[in-house]
Design a protein. Structure first.
Length: 278
């Protein structure tokens, strides 16, 4: 059973544009599926090439044949944006096989809730959550994980959870990557332990340009009390500062490194949109 909520008047099944009607049939997949979420802003699919690269890697990991090339998918994305006349919303890809063994790429606009401006100005509250994601490098659809995370976020009344593994080390956010500041350096969990987020990749590019050292290393929970700043990064959140982890206040809003990265990322998105305006 698909629990996906499809928004907008149309969605795509492979190359076919289909009207999204009440009672309309969405694909039923057999076995594991992979997904990708892309933010559309001002009618532009932000960092689409990076997302497609990761999507193709996820598909290869599950040995799922993609029924289209990257160029064909890009064309479809912009067909769907035009058909739905979307300015800002998240676009979702799901790739899987039907019961008949047919490979299906489903592209649709999903429910999109973005953080209010106040979260960027004041920081977000987070909480620790002991759970480990299997295959952390791949975007697998896992409803059990999603349900557990949604419940915990609601119970704790926080915007994001920081996942903690059996070694009492922070690995990532439930839907984001996480960074900490100590001195003039950034610290983030190693690539092998996390989903390699597209915004995470852009943070690395910003830090290379700014000569800000980034250390990919295990982050013990005990570190939190000494953090001089912290933020999460993700498609729906951009670079989002953390003001609190559990009961520990983090002085992120006063940290110049975090402020620089937030500003540079906003400029990066703006430049990407300018380059691709038709």
């Amino acid at each position: 059973m698909n629990l996906e909520i499809v928004e907008g008047p149309y969605y795509l099944l492979n190359e076919e544009l289909i009207k999204n009607e009440d009672g309309g049939k969405h694909p039923e997949f057999e076995g594991r599926t992979v997904y990708e979420v892309i933010r559309v802003q001002d009618g532009i699919a932000i960092f689409l090439e990076d997302h497609l690269d990761r999507f193709f890697r996820s598909a290869a990991y599950l040995d799922l044949p993609l029924p289209a090339t990257a160029e064909m998918i890009e064309d479809r994305v912009y067909r769907l944006i035009a058909a739905n006349q979307v300015g800002e919303q998240n676009l979702k890809f799901i790739l899987g096989k039907t019961a008949e063994g047919e490979s299906v790429l489903w592209i649709f606009f999903a429910q999109s809730l973005y953080p209010p401006n106040s979260y960027y100005e004041e920081g977000i509250a987070t909480s620790l959550f002991h759970i480990e994601r299997l295959d952390p490098n791949i975007k697998l659809v896992r409803s059990d994980y999603q349900k557990a995370v949604l419940q915990e976020r609601a119970d704790k009344g926080v915007y994001e959870l920081l996942l903690v593994d059996a070694n009492e080390e922070i690995t990532e956010g439930s839907r984001t990557n996480v960074f900490f500041v100590k001195g003039n350096e950034l610290y983030t969990p190693p690539a092998k332990a996390v989903l390699l987020g597209i915004v995470r990749k852009k943070v690395f590019e910003i830090c290379a340009n700014r000569k800000i050292p980034i250390n990919e290393t295990a982050i013990p929970v005990a570190w939190i009390k000494d953090a001089e700043g912290a933020f999460v990064s993700g498609t729906g959140n951009n670079v989002l500062p953390i003001s609190k982890i559990g009961s520990v206040a983090i002085p992120t809003m006063d940290n110049p490194i975090v402020q620089t990265i937030m500003a540079d990322y906003a400029e990066m998105v703006k430049a990407y949109k300018q380059e691709r305006k038709h």
